[in-house]
Structures are given as C-alpha cells and as structure tokens.
Design a protein around this ligand. Sequence first.
Ligand code: 4GS
Length: 184
Amino acid sequence: MVMQVQPILDAFEGSGFGGDVIYMSPRGEMLSGDLARELSEKDEITILCGHYEGVDQRALDACIDEEISIGDYILTGGELAAMVLTDAVSRFIPGVLGSGESAEEESFSDGLLEYPVYTKPASWRGRDVPEVLLSGHHAEIARWRRLVGLERTAVRRPDLLARLPPGSLSAEERSVLAALGYEQ
Ligand code: 4GS
C-alpha cells in the first residue's frame, strides 16, 4: 500500500510546521553524529515518515528537502526512524543533556569508539575497576581512555580508523596500533 499525495500534502500544509522537511527513508543519507549536529543548529525541522510501502513520489517531490536513513534495514514505518533522528539531534541542543553528560565526549566525537566506563564499587565479584582510573592522575586517565578507545576501534571498527584525519594519532598511539598489526 502506498500513501496518496493529497492527504500527505493536506496534513503537511495543515500542520503549520516549517523549516527543512526531512523524509525518513532507507534511500536517504546515512544518519551520523555530524549530520545530527548540523540539524541541531537549525531553528526548526519537520520530519515526514511513511508507513507501508512509502508515499507517492509526487508528495516527496513537492515537499521534501532531504532524505535521511537510520541504517541499511527496512522498518515497517518511518516513525521509529524519526524518533531516532529526534533523539540524536536533541542531544546537541543546549540544556537537553544534564550537567554530568556531554555531547562531545562520547563515541565518535574524536572518531574513535568510546572507552569503557566504571563506577562504584571498585571491586565486584573479583572484577576490578582498572587501577589507573582510581589513581586520580587525570593525564594518565586521559591517556588510558584514548589508548583503550583506539584499541577497541581497531578491533571492532577498523573502517573508522581508516577515516581518521592524517596526523590525528600520536607516536605512542601509532605504535599501539602497529603492535595490533595495523598501519596508519
Ligand atoms: C527507514 C530507515 C525505513 C521503508 C518505512 C519502507 C516504511 C521504511 N527510514 N531509515 N516503508 N531504514 N523506512 O526503513 O529511515
């Protein structure tokens, strides 16, 4: 079943919503942190999502500025995709995250996967929080996080490593990667 053009246009024009109009679709540009951040800088966006087989192409031609995909798989409707986009974008809007959280520090902001995080207790069923994290040495902790993030990225997402801008790794980081069998 395909959604007809006129009801879509009526809903759209009756909504009073403005800004760029985005259609959620597996044919769209792949959602990324960078795209989410770009969208967060706009005053308003409108998201259209289809259900069933999608919407008549003429509705898209008439109202859509951009198509975005949340991944290479097919959903039954675009609603969840629209919620994923909304969530990813809203994290970049000031005041959305609490003071303890930062949109910057997490995975992908430096092009690497996130380092593991721990909280109390320091020891649980024989599993200990890594010693360095209890040391209070901020520079050592930052170094450990970066190296562990780098190692994880090399093992799980080597495609991300390949996309790092040249010169973004220190000599130590390059030697850690070399030890794992990677070349920059
Ligand atoms: C996606 C996706 C999606 C495509 C909606 C078939 C119903 C469905 N939307 N990223 N018609 N992947 N949409 O699968 O955004």
